[in-house]
Design a protein around this ligand. Structure first.
Ligand SMILES: Cc1cc2nc3c(=O)[nH]c(=O)nc-3n(C[C@H](O)[C@H](O)[C@H](O)COP(=O)(O)OP(=O)(O)OC[C@H]3O[C@@H](n4cnc5c(N)ncnc54)[C@H](O)[C@@H]3O)c2cc1C
Length: 473
């Protein structure tokens, strides 16, 4: 049997979602880890605590449906792979319909305790100011969208490629007791009961047509935070500020975060709301609710004023208003190989949001993979690349080469951050979608549902087989 103590450590820089997961995976393979986290010595613009794996905005890990939702499949694969992030999330979940949402403090405390308590992990509270020194022969940079400037400059100098910066906008959080429940009501969309949910997990605020139009006008007119010189990059389409959505068309919000479908006003069931604003529980106590999809770059004064136009939120008290944040990520398809290693520097990997994935779960999953790859490399074993049919593999593929540069714009950098979605998975074999026996009508909608189910099923089967064959764990 190998003496695990004879391995030299792998260094992980950044103790966020990705770095914590990477450290856990490496240590679980019997290899020592030194995890360098700067918070405690130096903060970021968005983090509020010194806890590992702090969630900087929403408390949701999104859908937990592993049968027909891509992020739900990623959850399931991470659980199969012994993810620390998923086990801490599962132990700290709060009701959220079909989504997996967590108590943010309980979750971060659980990750911190597990990492601090692992005999093979040493946490060093320090800022790593540049690329890892040469004697850190295996290292992972998982410093996230708010990578400290000196390290970001060093990465830029090494890669020679432009780091891209753009905004993530954060959504406001409201004290529950300030919400008028004589106007609002509790209900999950389509009464869906998810993990730890009741079917009544969201607070809903109804609007009639006149209220909706006045609200859209106020959003468009509201005072916004101005752009700075270094902010010259477009928004990521999956995370647009509400006022930007409103500017794109009067109906956009009503078909997006304010859609009224699947919701019936408990105070007035006969009248269908024209639009609905939803709030989701933000902490275990239920004292805070966040506004779903309401990321915004409105100035604080204007923001409070506009939000208080929403029926039921006239007296809203804010625990946190929305804001703007930078996101730094590298041009991974060009810079990284299939195992997330910087091509110009063997032994140095990247993980998490800085690789160009988007979201808590995606960041943690890329941390999981980077950790397993580093462990295999340290042990001299074959690199355990996941099949592209899995959620792990499809996301990895997007980051490390799946993205295609447009022929119309040769040389232009077009790689954009990506959430996991079924569009990243390889197609099913021709003829895989067949009308089930005994079913009379098999419409396009039914085929789409079946397609998602088959892709999800294939992913989970292939992931299980891959993990069985992986010798690094
Ligand atoms: C404002 C904002 C809001 C977001 N909202 C959401 C959301 O609602 N939902 C969602 O799914 N995703 C959201 N994201 C995107 C993203 O998924 C998260 O930022 C996620 O935390 C990324 O995980 P990570 O591990 O890559 O980075 P992080 O979790 O940010 O971890 C990186 C860690 O590295 C540390 N660090 C940085 N530089 C150094 C250094 N030089 N030396 C040592 N340590 C360093 C940081 O202190 C931090 O702890 C948001 C991002 C931002 C910026």
């Amino acid at each position: 049997m190998t003496d695990t103590s004879s391995y030299s450590p792998v260094h992980v820089i950044g103790g966020g979602l990705a770095g914590s997961e990477a450290a856990w995976q490496i240590a679980s393979a019997g290899i020592p880890v030194i995890l360098h986290e700067m918070r405690g010595v130096r903060g970021t613009d968005a983090h509020k605590t010194d806890g590992l794996a702090e969630l900087v905005c929403s408390n949701s890990f999104r859908s937990d449906d592993a049968t027909s939702n891509a992020v739900g499949v990623l959850h399931a694969e991470m659980r199969l792979a012994g993810s620390l992030i998923m086990s801490c999330a599962d132990r700290n979940q709060v009701p959220a319909g079909g989504a997996l949402a967590v108590d943010r403090d309980g979750f971060s405390d659980a990750v911190t305790a597990a990492i601090d308590g692992h005999p093979l992990i040493t946490v060093v509270r320090e800022e790593v100011p540049g690329l890892p020194p040469k004697d850190w022969d295996l290292a992972i940079i998982a410093t996230g969208p708010l990578t400290a400037p000196s390290l970001a400059s060093a990465i830029q100098a090494e890669t020679g490629a432009d780091a891209l910066a753009f905004f993530d906008a954060i959504a406001p959080i409201i004290h529950t007791e300030s919400i008028d429940m004589d106007i609002c009501w509790f209900q999950s969309r389509y009464d869906k009961v998810g993990p730890g949910g009741t079917g009544k997990d969201y607070i809903n605020c109804p609007m009639d047509e006149a209220q909706y139009n006045a609200f859209v006008d106020a959003l468009i007119a509201g005072d916004k935070t101005g752009f700075k010189e270094w902010e010259g990059t477009p928004y990521f389409d999956g995370c647009l500020p509400i006022e930007v959505m409103a500017e794109r068309g009067r109906e956009t919000l009503r078909h997006g975060p304010m859609k009224p479908m699947g919701l019936t006003n408990a105070h007035n069931p006969a009248v269908k709301a024209y639009a609905v604003v939803q709030l989701r529980q933000d902490n275990a106590l239920g004292t805070l609710y966040n506004m779903v999809g309401f990321q915004t770059k409105l100035k604080y004064g204007a923001q409070a004023e506009v939000i208080r136009m929403i029926p039921g939120l006239e007296k809203a008290e804010f625990a946190r208003l929305g804001g703007l944040h930078r996101n730094t990520y590298i041009n991974s398809p060009v810079l990284l190989d299939k195992s997330l290693t910087l091509k110009s520097r063997p032994g140095l990997r990247f993980a998490g949001q800085i690789t160009g994935c988007e979201g808590y779960v995606e960041s943690a999953s890329i941390g999981l993979l980077a950790g397993r790859f580093a462990a295999a490399e340290r042990k001299g074993q074959p690199l355990p690349l996941p099949p592209e049919t899995t959620a792990f593999g499809s996301l990895l593929n997007h980051i490390t080469g799946g993205h295609i540069v447009s022929d119309d714009e040769p040389g232009k950098r077009s790689f954009q951050p990506m959430n996991i979605n079924f569009g990243l998975f390889p197609l099913l074999e021709p003829g895989a979608i067949v009308k089930p026996e005994g079913v009379k009508r098999f419409r396009g909608k039914d085929k789409t549902v079946m397609k998602k189910q088959l892709v999800a099923q294939r992913a989970l089967e292939d992931c299980a087989a891959w993990l069985k064959a992986d010798q690094s764990a």
